[in-house]
Design a protein around this ligand. Structure first.
Ligand SMILES: C[S@@+](CC[C@H](N)C(=O)[O-])C[C@H]1O[C@@H](n2cnc3c(N)ncnc32)[C@H](O)[C@@H]1O
Length: 258
């Protein structure tokens, strides 16, 4: 815990408090460019219709672009606080958008979709290979035949270079937060901790501990191939059509359900 924070520390679920400043935390992310990449990949892969399910949809940034483009969208997230922000944003554009509080690792059919997406390192919250494989299978089970799944993974390279031992202190709205990131090169585990206080009622320090597992691209590829009934159409580097490699920061898997 940062030394200046000697107040009562309250452990809270991931994103319970971060949700209130998540979009600020993500202000460097070009969601528009990302949406264009995803929409372009879906078009090139001839998705059969315009129904889209996003797992780990967070505050709905990507759903919002698809909803504005006329897609019928459904979002799932484990954090109710993140969904509350998403609901507020989406209500302005698409009253039919549905949001569910759910765990992507658990087998559940939300419908039959032409596209399923899961972005921004969300799948790295699967902490072992079995969880990851089960999650990809769940995602595929929500697709119609010919439907396309796009998810990304954060690479070991990104964590080692940028999040091995990193601290930031920021202030946003009425929140003061410290974020510490550690990457363990022996276990490939990425830990991000947040200590958050509200101003002026700063007697409680909220603590969130985010743990993610970072996987090698080839291993993820093997796990997808083991599932069967699907075809990997591409592994791309960070919103481009360049090949996704270990030296990339993030790679996108594009998979068609057979
Ligand atoms: C880094 S955020 C990404 C949010 C959004 N995809 C974006 O691009 O901004 C990770 C999200 O994954 C969600 N999440 C983590 N584990 C999850 C799980 N097992 N099932 C569903 N959502 C999960 C978190 O609640 C959070 O909203």
């Amino acid at each position: 815990m940062p030394s200046h924070m000697e107040n009562t520390v309250k452990e809270v679920d991931n994103y319970a408090i971060v949700a209130s400043f998540y979009d600020y935390l993500m202000r460097h992310v070009n969601y528009r460019r990302w949406y264009r990449f995803v929409a372009d990949v879906l078009k090139r892969n001839h998705v059969p219709d315009t129904t889209l399910l996003e797992f780990a949809c967070g505050t709905g940034n990507m759903l919002l672009y698809f909803a504005k483009a006329g897609w019928s969208v459904v979002g799932v997230d484990k954090s109710q606080a993140m969904l509350d922000v998403a609901r507020w944003k989406l209500s302005e554009y698409q009253s039919s958008a549905q949001l569910y509080n759910g765990d992507m690792r658990e087998e559940r059919i939300y419908g039959e979709f032409a596209a399923v997406i899961c972005l921004y390192d969300s799948i790295n919250y699967c902490l072992d290979e079995q969880e990851l494989q089960r999650t990809v299978l769940n995602m595929l089970n929500n697709l119609i035949s010919g439907g396309v799944l796009i998810f990304d993974i954060c690479t070991v390279n990104n964590c080692s270079n940028n999040f091995r031992n990193y601290t930031e202190k920021e202030f946003f709205g009425n929140k003061d937060y410290t974020r510490k990131a550690f990457f363990d090169v022996t276990t490939n585990q990425q830990v991000n901790e947040f200590w958050i206080t509200s101003i002026p009622q700063n007697e409680i320090v909220f603590h969130e501990m985010h743990v993610q597992q970072i996987y090698r691209i080839d291993r993820v590829k093997e796990m997808i191939e083991e599932i069967g009934s699907c075809r990997i159409d591409g592994i791309f580097e960070n919103y481009t059509r360049r090949p996704g490699l270990e030296k990339s920061d993030r790679v996108h898997f594009v998979i068609t359900k057979l």
